[in-house]
Design a protein around this ligand. Structure first.
Ligand code: IMO
Ligand code: MG
Length: 431
C-alpha cells in the first residue's frame, strides 16, 4: 500500500506544509510523529492563510483523518486554541482528529524550565529554542518517573496522584535553576488539565492501533514531519537540534507504523538555506542590513512562524542535504521557494567543506566540528526575472533549470516538484 512521508532536509521551514496540502487528495490519513507546537506550518488555500503549529496541516482537508502520534509532545492549550481557530474558519473538527493516548503532555512547568535553562549562565548554554517546553517535556519522557501521557488525564485520581508525586521534584529543580522560579501546585494544575481533558477526550485513542487497522484496510497514510532533518536529535547538528527525531527515523517510533510501509519519501528543500536559533551554519550570509542575506530574508519573508524571529539565511549546502537525504531514505526532492532567488544575480552552491585545511564532503554531525568547516562554492548565473507565474518546467529560464539540475546532481536525487510561490497553483510537477 502507498504511504508517503514528507520530510524537511534542512533546518526546518522548508515549506513542508504546502507539499502535504497538495498530497492530501491522494491519502486518507495524515500523521504527525514528532515535535510539538514548535513547528510552524503555513498553508495558503483559496487565498486564505492558515498557520498551524501542533495539528497536522492535513487537517485542512475534509477527506483526511488527522493523527497526532505518540511521538508528539502536546500542550493542551495549543491543541484547543488551534482546533477553535479552525472551527471558526469553517473547518469541521470532530472524529477526523485523533490524538494518541501515549503522546506526552506539556505542562507550564516545562515552559518555565526551558525559560530558566535558556537564560541561565548568562545565556551561555542557550540553544535558541522556541520556548514551547518541547525539550523539558521530552526530557521527562525519557526520565520516565517525571513524564505524563495524554491518556493519564482521563483518569482523574491517578492523574492527581502523578502530579503530586512529580511536582515536589520539579519545583525543587526550578528553584535550583533560579530563586525566582514559579512554583506549581498539584491540585490547581490537575483541575486545569482535567478541564482540558473534558474537551479533548473524544479525540484520544490508541492511534498506533488505528493506523495498523487503516493499513490493513488499504488506506494510504501521509506522514508529516515537523522541523528539518538537520535538527534531528541523533543525526542533526547536536546539540543545536530539537529534542525529537525530526528526520524520517522518527516515523516508526513516533507513530508505531513500521518504516517499511513508506513507499514514497519526499525530501523538501528550500532553494537556499535558513536556520532559526543558534548553531553552526557554514553557508550563512551574515552580511549586514544591505547584504544578500537580508535581501533573501525580505523577499522570502523569512521570519519564524512560531516566534517571529528573523531567520538566518544563506546559500544552498549540498553537503548537508546529501547527508540528510541519505539518512532519510529520500526518493525524490521538492524544491521550494525557487522564485525567491530571482532577486539574486549570481548564485553560489556549497559543494564541499574545507575542514582544518582538508577538503571533505562528509557532514559532521557535531556542532563543534561543523563550526570548523568553511564552505567551498561553485558559482552559477542567476535568472533575475519573475518566475512565479510559470506553470511548466520547460518555460523556466535556462539558468533556473541549470540551478535545479545542478542541485539534483549534487544531492544525487531527482527533483519531482518545483514550487515558485505559496499558492497551490504555483507548483510545477516534473514529469
Ligand atoms: P518547522 O516545523 C525551524 C529550532 C529552534 C531551535 C531548535 C530547538 O516550522 O520547520 P525547540 O523549541 O524545538 O527545542 O528548539 O530547533 N526549531 C525550528 N526551526 N523550524 C521549526 O519547525 C523548528 N522547530 C524548532 O529555533 O534552534
Ligand atoms: Mg518553523
Amino acid at each position: 500500500m502507498a504511504s508517503t512521508c514528507v520530510v524537511g532536509l534542512q533546518w526546518g521551514d522548508e515549506a513542508k506544509g504546502k507539499i502535504v496540502d497538495i498530497l492530501t487528495a491522494e491519502h486518507d490519513f495524515v500523521v504527525r510523529y514528532n515535535g510539538g507546537a514548535n513547528a510552524g506550518h503555513t498553508v495558503v488555500r483559496d487565498g486564505k492563510t492558515y498557520k498551524l503549529s501542533l495539528l497536522p496541516t492535513g487537517i485542512l482537508s475534509p477527506n483526511m483523518t488527522a493523527v497526532i502520534g505518540n511521538g508528539v509532545v502536546v500542550n493542551p492549550v495549543k491543541f484547543l486554541e488551534e482546533t477553535a481557530q479552525l472551527r471558526q474558519a469553517g473547518i469541521p473538527i470532530g472524529d477526523n482528529l485523533l490524538l494518541s493516548n501515549h503522546a506526552h503532555l506539556i505542562f507550564p512547568y516545562h515552559v518555565e524550565e526551558e525559560r530558566l535553562c535558556e537564560q541561565g549562565n548568562g545565556g551561555d548554554q542557550a540553544i535558541g529554542t522556541t520556548g514551547r517546553g518541547i525539550g523539558p517535556c521530552y526530557m521527562d519522557k525519557v526520565n520516565r518517573a517525571q513524564g505524563i501521557r495524554v491518556g493519564e488525564m482521563l483518569h482523574p485520581e491517578h492523574f492527581l496522584e502523578r502530579l503530586r508525586s512529580i511536582l515536589p521534584r520539579k519545583n525543587a529543580i526550578l528553584k535550583a535553576l533560579s530563586p525566582d522560579a514559579r512554583a506549581f501546585e498539584p491540585k490547581a494544575l490537575c483541575d486545569e488539565y482535567l478541564g482540558y481533558a473534558q474537551q479533548m477526550k473524544s479525540h484520544v485513542c490508541d492511534t498506533a492501533d488505528v493506523l495498523h487497522r487503516a493499513l490493513k484496510d488499504g488506506k494510504r497514510l501521509l506522514f508529516e514531519a515537523a522541523q528539518g532533518s538537520l535538527l534531528d536529535v541523533d543525526h542533526g547538528t547536536y546539540p543545536y537540534v530539537t529534542s525529537s527525531n525530526s528526520s524520517t527515523t522518527g516515523v516508526w517510533s513516533g507513530s508505531g507504523v513500521p518504516a517499511r510501509n513508506l513507499t514514497r519519501i519526499i525530501g523538501i528543500i528550500k532553494a537556499y538555506t535558513t536556520r532559526v536559533g543558534r548553531g553552526p551554519f557554514p553557508t550563512e550570509l551574515d552580511d549586514g542590513p544591505e547584504g544578500l542575506g537580508e535581501k533573501i530574508r525580505k523577499t522570502g519573508r523569512e521570519y519564524g512562524t512560531v516566534t517571529g524571529r528573523p531567520r538566518r539565511c544563506g546559500w544552498f549546502d549540498t553537503v548537508a542535504v546529501r547527508h540528510s537525504a541519505r539518512l532519510g531514505g529520500v526518493d525524490e526532492l521538492a524544491l521550494m521557494l525557487l522564485d525567491v532567488l530571482s532577486v539574486v544575480s549570481e548564485l553560489k552552491i556549497c559543494t564541499a567543506y574545507e575542514m582544518d585545511g582538508q577538503k571533505t564532503d562528509v557532514f559532521p554531525g557535531d556542532a563543534f566540528l561543523l563550526e570548523r568547516c568553511k564552505p567551498i562554492y561553485e558559482t552559477l548565473p542567476g535568472w533575475q526575472t519573475d518566475i512565479s507565474a510559470i506553470r511548466e518546467l520547460k518555460k523556466l529560464p535556462p539558468a533556473a533549470r541549470r540551478y535545479m539540475d545542478r542541485l539534483a546532481e549534487l544531492i544525487e536525487l531527482p527533483v519531482s516538484i518545483v514550487s515558485i510561490g505559496p499558492d497551490r497553483e504555483q507548483t510545477i510537477m516534473v514529469k
